[in-house]
Ligand binder design. Structure first.
Ligand code: BYC
Ligand code: FE
Ligand code: FE
Length: 474
């Protein structure tokens, strides 16, 4: 079904045929726009930004490019096309027909899952709201805003489900999604990472690489859901998600490329010399990586979780790419978990596979994270340097799960709290690191010009050159 642009809210869900729902969403729309003005990108609302907008969900129409003032972006409700033959793909109801409505007994659980997913979307926009002022180029500024408007659309995707399937409760939840705010002392966002400040572009690239990638895996899990409208919404969100991770992946790669150029120029990898030359030394990049990777690992939930087991049993939330597994019921399988033994070491324990679903998803995520790290390391190797980046152990700096609050080094070896405190600044961004990174953050707004700490991208957006005027400032 194509998207109806005549409606105030573009949609491919035939919103016009349900006046009550349409009116409820039209009531929420000005509240969303007020939130966007207050807590979306600071300034730049009058700029013309070269953005892609979805005009249909098929391969041809989902990315239509043109200049847009962000408040006029056509945020809409787009679900992937319905497959009339789709069947429940996992859990106790494997093989049965999928649900177009939510069974009463799963209402509160679905509401919680949808609200948690929805909460992250505006949170990330809030976290990124000041970054425009320090963009390293117009190309990057445009990418930031592309990510921001699409996260806004992802909020719409969840709000549609809340309004369409949860009645008054859903409408209240939709309002609260605009009332909690990232980092707010009284009403914070639900998940930890989404309350961390993103005050510089190195953090932004790490966030889009590591945290948007959690989004990819959570959306893949929800795209398996027996609740068909949720599955179809998430399928379409995943097409947008790819660009967000591209921004992170290529952003980090460009920072590294610039660092390697300067290392060659000055013939040294000395951190002080590199910083004096305006480039970011690799150990600092590693510290930012350690921070955002470890924070994002917590987003997968506890490694043994009865919540996860019941989501899976009941068909609410599956494993990412469920078709890769042979046993979609997973009632008899076990999973071997490594837990702290309370004596400074680790022990193994067999747990029912269904209780380990968060850990299974986390493992797939870690493998996906490795791909970028390998690519960045090839870059460093090709430039003739021996330094390497790496992911820290999944035990490092955890706040959720069995390893929460247990001090370890980067390799996952348990250490004393004192040792952790004394070495923390070697592993995570410390005051001098963040002060240095902030000192680099100065906006560069001439077409084609790049800040000195980052290399230009290989190519522009939608076959345009790198020096295209991606944002016309006003
Ligand atoms: N921070 O039994 P568990 C994205 C809580 S990102 C704080 O494992 P569950 C995006 C948990 O709520 C994708 N609290 O819980 C990216 C539970 O609390 P209660 C977002 C946490 O519910 C970038 C307790 O710990 N989508 O789209 O099975 C930009 C026990 O844990 C955290 C989703 O998350 C944390 N990190 O699993 C924009 C999908 N982790 O019940 C967007 C929907 C856990 O004891 N959410 N807790 O009070 C879910 O599927 C699940 O809620 C979770 C947690 C996987 C998050
Ligand atoms: Fe999103
Ligand atoms: Fe995203």
């Amino acid at each position: 079904m194509s998207i109806n642009y005549q409606d105030r809210i573009p949609n491919n869900v035939d919103l016009g045929s349900n006046r009550t729902l349409q009116r409820a969403l039209e009531h929420w729309q000005p509240e969303f726009l007020k939130w966007w003005q207050d807590l979306g990108p600071s300034d730049f609302q009058l700029s013309n930004v070269y953005l892609r907008t979805a005009t249909s969900v098929d391969a041809k129409g989902w990315a239509t490019y043109g200049y847009v003032n962000m408040p006029d972006y056509r945020w809409g409700i787009f679900l992937a096309d319905r497959d009339p033959n789709r069947r429940i793909g996992f859990g106790d109801n494997y093989g049965q027909e999928v649900w177009q409505q939510i069974p009463g007994e799963f209402r509160s659980t679905f509401r919680r899952l949808i609200v948690t997913q929805g909460d992250t979307e505006p949170a990330s926009v809030e976290q990124q709201r000041l970054l425009g002022h320090t963009a390293p180029s117009l190309y990057d500024l445009r990418n930031l805003f592309q990510v921001n408007v699409e996260e806004g659309r992802h909020l719409w995707a969840m709000v549609y489900l809340l309004h369409a399937h949860f009645g008054r409760d859903g409408r209240e939840e939709a309002e609260e999604l605009l009332e909690r705010h990232s980092g707010d002392a009284d009403k914070p966002r639900i998940l930890g990472t989404f309350n961390e400040p993103i005050s510089d572009w190195l953090s932004f690239f790490m966030f889009t690489y590591f945290t948007d990638r959690d989004g990819k895996f959570q959306l893949k899990s929800l795209a398996e859901s027996s609740f068909d409208p949720l599955a179809r919404t998430c399928q379409f969100m995943l097409t947008e998600e790819a660009h967000h991770m591209f921004v992170g992946d290529t952003g980090i790669s460009r920072v590294i490329r610039r660092t390697l150029e300067v290392m060659k120029e000055i013939g040294s990898d000395d951190a002080v010399a590199l910083r004096n030359a305006g480039a970011i030394d690799l150990p600092t990049i590693q510290k930012y990586l350690n921070f955002w990777f470890s924070s994002s690992l917590d987003l997968f939930g506890a490694d043994t979780s009865s919540n996860a087991a019941s989501y899976f049993a009941n068909g609410l939330k599956g494993r990412p790419d469920e078709s890769q597994y042979e046993d979609h019921v997973a009632a008899a399988e076990t999973y071997t978990l490594e837990l702290p033994d309370g004596k400074g070491g680790a022990k193994t324990e067999q747990i029912p596979m269904r209780n380990a679903m968060n850990e299974v998803t986390r493992n797939s995520y870690v493998k996906d994270c490795e791909i970028g790290v390998k690519r960045w390391n090839r870059q460093i190797e090709k430039a003739g340097f021996s330094a390497r980046l790496s992911l820290p152990s999944t035990r490092f700096r955890r706040n959720i799960g069995s390893w929460a609050g247990i001090p370890t080094d980067l390799s996952g070896k348990q250490i004393s709290r004192e040792e952790f405190e004394s070495k923390k600044d070697q592993w995570l961004p410390g005051e001098s690191d963040t002060a240095f990174i902030r000192s680099l953050m100065q906006g560069v707004f001439q077409p084609g010009k790049m800040a000195a700490w980052i290399a230009p991208p290989d190519r522009g957006i939608n076959n345009n050159p790198v020096d295209y005027e991606y944002v016309k400032l006003h």
